[in-house]
Design a protein around this ligand. Structure first.
Ligand code: SF4
Ligand code: MG
Length: 315
């Protein structure tokens, strides 16, 4: 089986008031291959975190299916659901907010170990020490509190906590966005090492394409709850099809100025309110190529080139 995870027509809607619904994830289908890093990119409000949280079971989907390792997770309950949830862990954006300030680091890391009753006593302690070392920290850090650590170290603690239950699939929800640029590469390197040593598969969420370029095998681009484009990482950068992706790419400063020259595309206006997305193509109010049909008909999600998908009436 090639795919570790398949998401079919997934929807996650929030009713925020009577008659006001936010379609945070609106009919998304993606598959993630065993051992790959799938980069998921979008502005804030695009629904990328909601998609990640729904996949790992922190939220129930409004509709659609999540197939993990051949099992329909959306239909599981009891022990079977617990077993699957244990294999899927999440690392959060803000290690400050996601670590309980009143708990010692060792107990934070052991949250999953305790919840699933994996180890007790000396074995539990040994496991905590091993996890600390695996993420580049030291056993004596176990008895300290989160505030005694730097941002980068706190993210290492968050990673150790996720690893404690030996997951196979990790959603990393903007794991480096809150960190100093100088620390970002260290955390990325650690995640890549762990991916190899632990045999992990990642859904790596970020708000810009530059952040996921080097680590992703494939990339998906979201806008207002919809997937706009999906392809392997190289194609996304050399041959972006969707006008939104083209605009995002044009905003990345070029590391190599002689690389293909691309004019900066400035998007019109602000993102529309997610409570009232435009008719037809949700990107049309900001799209430099918008046509009449774009307001009338939602573009279909289709494979325009080999394994290169997009939803746009230009294709
Ligand atoms: Fe632009 Fe139309 Fe394509 Fe939407 S469908 S991205 S509005 S050209
Ligand atoms: Mg987010």
């Amino acid at each position: 089986r090639d795919h570790l995870l398949e998401v079919h027509s997934l929807k996650k809607y929030f009713n925020i008031k009577k008659d006001v619904t936010i379609k945070s994830v609106d009919d998304i289908s993606i598959s993630i291959r065993r051992g790959e890093t799938f980069g998921l990119v979008g502005e804030s409000g695009s629904g990328k975190s909601t998609l990640g949280k729904t996949i790992v079971g922190l939220q129930n989907p409004t509709a659609g299916e999540i197939i993990y390792n051949g099992q329909n997770v959306t239909q599981l309950d009891g022990q079977a659901k617990k077993d699957v949830n244990k294999e899927m862990q999440i690392i959060f954006q803000d290690p400050q907010a996601s670590l309980n300030p009143r708990m010692r680091v060792g107990d934070i890391i052991a949250e999953g170990i305790d919840a699933y009753k994996l180890f007790k006593g000396k074995e539990r302690t040994a496991r905590i020490y091993e996890l600390l070392e695996r993420v580049g920290l030291r056993p004596e850090h176990a008895k300290r509190f989160p505030h005694e650590f730097s941002g980068g170290q706190r993210q290492r603690i968050g990673i150790a906590r996720a690893l404690a239950v030996e997951p196979k699939f990790i959603v990393a929800d903007e794991p480096i966005s809150a960190l100093d640029v100088s620390i970002q590469a260290q955390v990325i390197n650690l995640m890549e090492e762990l991916k190899e040593s632990e045999g992990l598969t990642y859904l790596f969420i970020a708000h810009d394409l530059g952040m996921v370029k080097h680590i992703s095998d494939r990339i998906g681009v979201m806008y207002l709850g919809k997937m706009m484009e999906l392809s392997n990482s190289d194609d996304m950068f050399t041959n972006p099809l969707h006008p939104y992706t083209q605009a995002l790419l044009s905003a990345i400063p070029k590391a190599n100025p002689r690389a293909a020259k691309r004019e900066r595309i400035v998007l019109l206006g602000d993102p529309p309110s997610p409570t009232a997305p435009p008719s037809g193509c949700r990107f049309r109010t900001r799209c430099p190529h918008a046509m009449e049909i774009c307001a009338l008909q939602e573009p279909q999600w289709k494979e325009v080139e080999d394994e290169h998908w997009t939803a746009c009436h230009l294709y």
